[in-house]
Design a protein around this ligand. Structure first.
Ligand code: GRF
Length: 208
């Protein structure tokens, strides 16, 4: 069995999607542990109810970002993960963590990167008058919301959309795309060449 660790900070709906897909589809991988930087993350309680090991590493206990990073790297290594999936994890990871897990570290970001890295992506897409919005799964590099793109999901922006309606439409696609991308990674079906990610079996990396 390949081993997956999921990092969260909040609700954990993408975590749920990954766990449910891994079980329903009989993956050769399982979510071994869920780590949150926030003790009150709803996803932690869900994981506990599902019998998944959980851990909290509260960033407020660390004066320096680099110390938190180092502690997180040590903690996550406890499970010897083949894949580390950031799912609504709201801390920027430093080079110490990223380099240690390079090539097995994925993030999902709710915009069509490279547009709108950072926060408030749906609001910014609406303010820019975008006609499409979406989400991106990418390999994590030391630069925030950067790194080789594994998959993207595109949804229309509809007249009358607000942040909440657009976020909900995107989230439906996130829950389909992220489990698929994590499975590709643990099954060894992703090749990166010159910063471009290709699914070796020719699967579509676009959801729409
Ligand atoms: C998702 O929109 C994800 O793309 C972003 O944060 C949100 C997390 O939601 N990184 P959840 O905690 O998975 O429900």
């Amino acid at each position: 069995m390949k081993r997956i660790v999921v990092l969260i900070s909040g609700r954990g709906s993408n975590l749920e999607a990954i766990v449910r897909a891994s079980r329903a589809e009989g993956w050769a991988a399982r979510v071994e542990a869920v780590v949150s930087n926030r003790p009150d993350a709803a996803g932690l309680a869900w994981a506990e109810r599902e019998g998944i090991e959980t851990a909290v590493l509260d960033h407020r206990a660390y004066a320096q970002r680099a110390q938190f990073d180092e502690a997180l790297a040590v903690l996550v290594e406890r499970w010897r993960p083949d894949a580390v999936a950031l799912a609504g994890f709201m801390r920027i990871l430093g080079p110490a963590f990223v380099q240690r897990h390079e090539g097995r570290l994925l993030n999902i970001h709710p915009s069509l990167l490279p547009a709108f890295p950072g926060l408030h992506t749906h609001r910014r897409a609406l303010e820019a008058g975008c006609k499409v919005a979406g989400a991106t799964v990418h390999f994590v590099t030391a630069e925030l919301d950067h790194g080789p793109i594994v998959a993207q999901a595109v949804v229309p922006v509809q007249a009358g959309d607000d942040e909440a309606t657009l976020a909900a439409r995107v989230l439906v696609q996130e829950h389909l795309m992220y489990p698929r991308a994590v499975r590709w990674l643990v099954d060894g079906e992703l090749a990166v060449d010159g910063g471009i990610v290709r699914h070796t079996g020719g699967a579509s990396q676009l959801w729409r």
